[in-house]
Design a protein around this ligand. Sequence first.
Ligand code: ADP
Ligand code: TRP
Length: 353
Amino acid sequence: MAEQDKKIVVSGIRSTGNLHLGNYLGALSKFVRMQDDYDCRYFIADLHALTTHPDPKQMQENVKSILAEYLAAGLDPEKNTIFVQSDVPEVSEMYLLLNMHAGIGELMRTASFKDKARKALGIATEGDDIEKEIIGNNTNRSVNAGLLTYPVLMAVDILIQRANLVPVGKDQEQHLELTRRFARRFNSFYGVDYFSEPVNFNFGANAVKVPGLDGSGKMGKSEGNCIYLIDDEKTLRKKVMRAVTDEGPKEPNQTPSQPVENLFTLMELVSEPDVVAHYRNAYADCSIRYGDLKKQLAEDILKMTLPIRERILDIRGNDQYLSKVVAQGAEKAREYASATLRDVREIMGIKKL
Ligand code: ADP
Ligand code: TRP
C-alpha cells in the first residue's frame, strides 16, 4: 500500500518505570504487529509521566528504558516514527488550545482522575465526594491540575497526528472516548470537519486486561504485582510460584475464584490452547495442582519475555543509537504536528496581525 493511503496509528506509554506484561500484551505487542500495515507513530509519554513522577533525576533514565524496551520488543525505527513526547513542542501548544474546549466537570468524572486524585490525597475508599476533598483546602496534599487535564494532553497526542487507530489496553478506553468527544466538539464549535474520531485497535478480539499476580484485577506498575519484561529467569519464576491462589476446587465444575481465574487468564494469553484446556479440565475434575500450573505458566511467560530481555540489555547501553532513533523520530513527528497546529490556530482565529 502507498504510504499516504495507510491509516495513521498513534500510541504511547508513560515513562514511569520498566514495562510489564500488561503493557506488553495490552499495548506494545499490538504496536509491533501493526508496524507493517499502518503509518505508525509511537512515542514515550514523558510529559504525562510528570503528573505522577516529577523526579528530574529519573526522567531521562525512564525515557531511555522505555525506548530500549520498544526497540527490543521489535519496533523498527525505519518502519515507524518513534519519538519522545516532549521533543514535539507543538503538542504543548495544542494542549493549551484544546483545554479551552474541555469541561472541568467531565474531566473530574474520569475514572483515572478519580483514582489518581484519591491516591494523591491518601483516600482509600471509593466514595463519590472526592470532589469536596479536592476543592477542600488541605494544604499538605493536593491534586495537581496536570492530572485533571491528563485526558486533554492525551487527546492532543492523538489528534495532532490526525490518527485513525489507537492501540491501547482496556483501561484507556475512557480516555479515547473523551478524545472522540473533544474532536466532535471542536468540529461542531468551529463548523468544520477537521478531526476524525479515532478508535481503539485490537486484532479481532476485545481489548485485553492482564490480571495481577496478587489476585487483583489488573497488573499495574503502582500495584506492585507485575512481571517485568526485564525480569531475569529466577525472579520471574519466583514471582509466578508465589502468585496468590486458593485451597483448590472443592467440587467438580465449580467457578474458579478470582485469583485462580487470573492465572487461567494469564495462561490464555501466553500458552498454547491445548495447555490451557488441560489445566481448565484438571480444575473442573478437581485433579489440578496449582504448583504444576504455575510451573507451566512461568515456562510459557519466559519463552515470550527472555528473548526481549536479552535485547533490552543489549540496546539499553547504546546511547548513541537511542539518541539517533529519537532525533529522527522527532523530526518526522514535528513535521506532522506542526501542520495540524497551523490549521488549528487558523480555525480558532489566531492569525498574525
Ligand atoms: P500502568 O497501568 O502500569 O501504569 P500505563 O498506564 O503506563 O501502565 O499503560 C501503558 C499501556 O499499557 C496502556 O496502553 C495500557 O492500556 C496498557 N496496560 C497497562 N496495564 C495493562 C494491563 N494490566 N492489561 C492490559 N493493558 C495494560
Ligand atoms: N494515557 C496512556 C497510558 O496511561 C498513555 C498515553 C498518553 C497515550 N498519550 C497517549 C496512549 C496517546 C495512546 C495515545 O497508558
